[in-house]
Structures are given as C-alpha cells and as structure tokens.
Ligand binder design. Structure first.
Ligand SMILES: Cc1cc2nc3c(=O)[nH]c(=O)nc-3n(C[C@H](O)[C@H](O)[C@H](O)COP(=O)(O)O)c2cc1C
Ligand code: SF4
Ligand code: SF4
Length: 437
C-alpha cells in the first residue's frame, strides 16, 4: 500500500491533507476533533496582536449554489482570530504535545513592522509548533489596515517580512499568497528571495456573492450595508490550480515547495493539485460544508489511486502533470479532434445541436429521415469540446483524435502526425520575420 506520509518544508505529517487556516482550526476543541478524524495537519486560524480583532455580529458567510443547491462557492467577511493571543498559544502548545505525529503550523498576521513580527515569532516558537504560515492573503478587513493582501500585493513587502521571519525564527516559514494579483509568479519569487521555505496558495478571491433583489442590499449584509468578501470553495479550484502550476513551472521558483489550496473537496481534487506541483494540500470550505470526516474518503481514495498507478508514495505523484502545461504558442496545431456521439447513450435532448448550431460550427444534425437524430458532421466539426461540455449524459459525446494519415473532412488535408506550433506557423508574422532575417 502506498505510503501517504509527506514531509513538506521539513514538516512531516502522516498524510498530505491539512486543514487550512480558518474556522475549522480556530481552537483546541476543533483541532482535536480534526486530528481524531484523521487530518494529517492543520494551519491554526491566523493569530494577530492583542487586543483581538472584532468580527461583525451578523452573517459572515454566504454561498453560491448549483441548481440542486449543492454549494459550489463560498464567501466570507470574517477576520483573523477574535480570541486573545495567550489563549491561542496555550491551546497550540497543548495540542502539539498531545498530537506529536501531526503537523501544526501557526498562521500569523501582524502589522508590517519588524518589532511586531519579532515579538510574535518568539512567542509562537515557544509553543513547540512545527512552522509558521504568513497570511499575506486575507482580502477584506485586514487589508484596509495594511495587512493581509495589502502586503501580498507588494512583492517588496513580502520579501522584507519573510526575511524578518527567517531572521527571528528557526521554524520553517510558509508564505501564503493572495490570488488578487495579476501575475502570481512575482509574489512567489519575492517569497523565495526572502528565504521562504515554501509558499501556500490560494487565499480567497475578492467577491460579492450577490444582491437581494427585494431589498437591493448586497449579500450578506450587516444591517443596511455589506462589504466585499473572500471567495473560495469548488468554484475557485481552476484559478488555484492555474496559479500553482504557474509557480511550479517557473524556473525562478524551481524547487520551492507549494501547498495547494482552493476548492479541494475530494481525493481527486487533491491528486490534481499534487500532479500540478503541490507537495501537500490544505482544505477549508469542504470541511465547513461536510465536516471533518471527509478526510477518510480522501485518504482511502488517494491511497487506492497511488496503488493503481504503481506509485509508492505521494512524492511520486508530485509535479507529474507539470510538463503538460505549456504556453499556448507551443500547442500542437497539427493535432485534430472530432466529436463522436454514442447513439446508445444519447437521450435526444438536443442540447448539443442547439449550442453547436447557435454558437459554434453548425456541426451537429437535429433530424434524420424526419426523426430527431443527433450526429456529428465531420466536415464542419473543429473539435471545440462545447457539445461534450453541455451534454447531460457522461461519456455520451467524446472527442476522437484523427490518426496520422487520416483525412480531415473539414479541410481535406491529411493528418501529418508531425508536431508543429504557432512559433513556426506561416500565418504567424513573427515567425515569417524570423525566417526572413
Ligand atoms: C470563513 C473563512 C475564514 C478564513 N480565515 C482565514 C484566516 O484566518 N487565515 C487565512 O490564512 N486564511 C483564511 N481563510 C482562507 C482559507 O484558509 C483558504 O485559503 C481558502 O478558503 C481557500 O480554500 P477552500 O477553497 O478549501 O476554502 C478563510 C476562509 C474562510 C472560508
Ligand atoms: S466539438 Fe464543437 S464543432 Fe464539433 S460538434 Fe461539438 S460543438 Fe460542434
Ligand atoms: S446533448 Fe448528449 S444526450 Fe443530448 S442530444 Fe446531444 S448527444 Fe444526445
């Protein structure tokens, strides 16, 4: 059976599933229950300086649902811990003593001043915890006070604070990044330059979840007003994965461990993050939606998957999909796909025809011999995947790659099988210039 033990930034845990810094890790009671359920580690809810912050006494959370009321996105306006620092430190010390095999990392956010960081690092290190995570990501409330994403959006600040933390603490330092930035590689490079042992991402995305059309107030509202919040949950997974992959394939941050966060709900989500270069994963919304026990399915699922793939450890999976991520210009323009409809699965709903007819390439029939019949017209199909995306029946429509030597009915050209990309394509003005010079 595959070994799920991971060592991330020098911190060992029995599995790669950590709870992200958030309400599930807010106090001893929760963390004890999380460890009993099997979580490999936690990042404690972000600590700040006393006096503690004050949260609103109204709705802090709101959700975006799919049609079946499945929660697909989650918004919050919560701040960092609202409990006294000494109470948190006391509980962290006790939890670490009681759970020596689990990872216990402490998230921190204090003003961007050297004495503040020095003071809190000394106190936190004294608890015996395994590492610190610098919260440079929170996009609401704290950012207006010059902390959280206000630091994470300025690479120079990231580098400076990370350097202080490495100077004043022997603990591994994980820098948690905000996605509310144009190029995620810049803060990751700054963290590395400051001496970070790892980065974690993503924190939440700036969001307004909706508007109540009766009251015309944004949702959630605290009385008569609301504020933008931070968005997370399944809907942010693609954004998070893109950012993780960007860092994983950036030569400037090569070798920098990445903790993948954002929408992870199942072992499959976790496996995808690992394949894209994350050394472990962190979970928040899924635990807040389904409770701590989901980790058992994650452990079983990942373990079975690794066994099936003949991978002996989590590390064997880490980064395996990264070489498949390239810039668009290197995609193979000679590769040709056609959609194929499995008539034995088709329920004749007609959705594929409607979308291809109205918005794609008019490549799916609606009628044959006067009867409803949905079939792909190869001479029109460009293999765009729209029909696959909207078909309600899994695997009813698939894409088939034309083999070398086959003729593409759309262009009349034979498939060459040779790789050719935009950089050398005759329509590319830069390629033509390069050839001429
Ligand atoms: C209610 C709530 C509170 C959060 N508080 C913190 C926090 O104190 N510190 C922090 O670094 N991230 C905080 N986060 C962000 C999460 O740690 C995580 O980065 C984000 O939710 C994305 O993961 P997910 O999609 O699994 O929820 C919070 C998220 C939620 C939903
Ligand atoms: S792959 Fe695109 S072009 Fe081809 S049939 Fe489907 S929607 Fe139409
Ligand atoms: S969308 Fe799928 S099920 Fe519906 S008609 Fe097209 S192929 Fe058949």
């Amino acid at each position: 059976m595959a070994d799920l033990t991971t060592t991330f930034a020098g911190i060992t845990s029995p599995n790669p599933f950590w709870l992200a810094s958030a309400p599930p890790t807010d106090k001893e009671y929760n963390v004890n229950r999380a460890f009993e359920a099997g979580w490999g580690g936690v990042v404690w809810k972000t600590l700040g300086e006393d006096p503690p912050i004050v949260n609103v006494n109204g709705p802090r959370y709101a959700a975006l649902y799919a049609g079946d009321r499945k929660l697909i996105g989650f918004n919050n306006i919560e701040l960092i811990t609202d409990r006294p620092l000494s109470l948190n430190l006391e509980e962290i010390r006790r939890v670490k003593r009681n759970w020596p095999d689990r990872a216990l990392v402490v998230s921190l956010m204090v003003p961007c001043e050297e004495p503040s960081w020095k003071r809190i690092l000394t106190m936190v290190e004294d608890t015996g915890c395994d590492g610190v995570e610098l919260n440079f990501g929170c996009p609401h409330g704290m950012s207006e006070r010059g902390m959280g994403s206000a630091v994470g959006q300025v690479p120079e600040y990231i580098e400076m604070v990370t350097r202080w933390c490495k100077q004043y603490s022997k603990l591994p330092v994980i820098v948690k990044l905000t996605p509310n930035i144009t190029d995620i590689r810049q803060p990751a490079r700054a963290a590395k330059a400051g001496g970070a042992d790892a980065v974690s991402l993503i924190n939440t995305v700036n969001s307004i979840i909706g508007v109540d059309l009766d009251t015309l107030l944004i949702n959630p509202a605290t009385g008569k007003t609301g504020a933008h919040g931070g968005y997370c949950g399944p809907a942010v997974k693609p954004i998070a994965q893109c950012m993780v992959a960007e860092i994983a394939r950036d030569p400037a941050t090569a070798g920098l461990p990445i903790s993948g966060i954002g929408g992870i709900t199942t072992w499959r989500d976790a496996a995808e993050f690992l394949a894209l270069g994350a050394g472990n994963v962190q979970v928040c919304t899924a635990a807040m939606t389904y409770g701590f026990r989901i980790v058992q399915d994650m452990i079983d699922g990942l373990s079975n998957y690794l066994d099936q793939k003949g991978m002996a450890s989590v590390d064997a999976l880490v980064g395996r999909a990264v070489p498949s991520v390239v810039d668009w210009q290197y995609l193979d323009l000679n590769h040709i796909d056609k959609a194929v409809i499995d008539q034995s699965l088709c329920i004749q709903c007609g959705r594929c025809h409607v979308v291809c007819e109205d918005t794609s390439h008019q490549a799916i029939t609606a009628l044959k011999d006067g009867k409803r019949h949905f079939e792909v017209i190869d001479a029109e199909c460009v293999g765009c995947n729209l029909c696959v995306s909207v078909c309600p029946v899994p695997d009813c429509i698939t894409l088939r790659a034309l083999a070398p030597g086959e003729v593409d009915a759309r262009t009349g050209k034979r498939v060459s099988g040779d790789y050719a990309n935009w950089t050398t394509h005759p329509n590319n003005p830069s390629a033509a210039t390069a050839e001429a010079t």
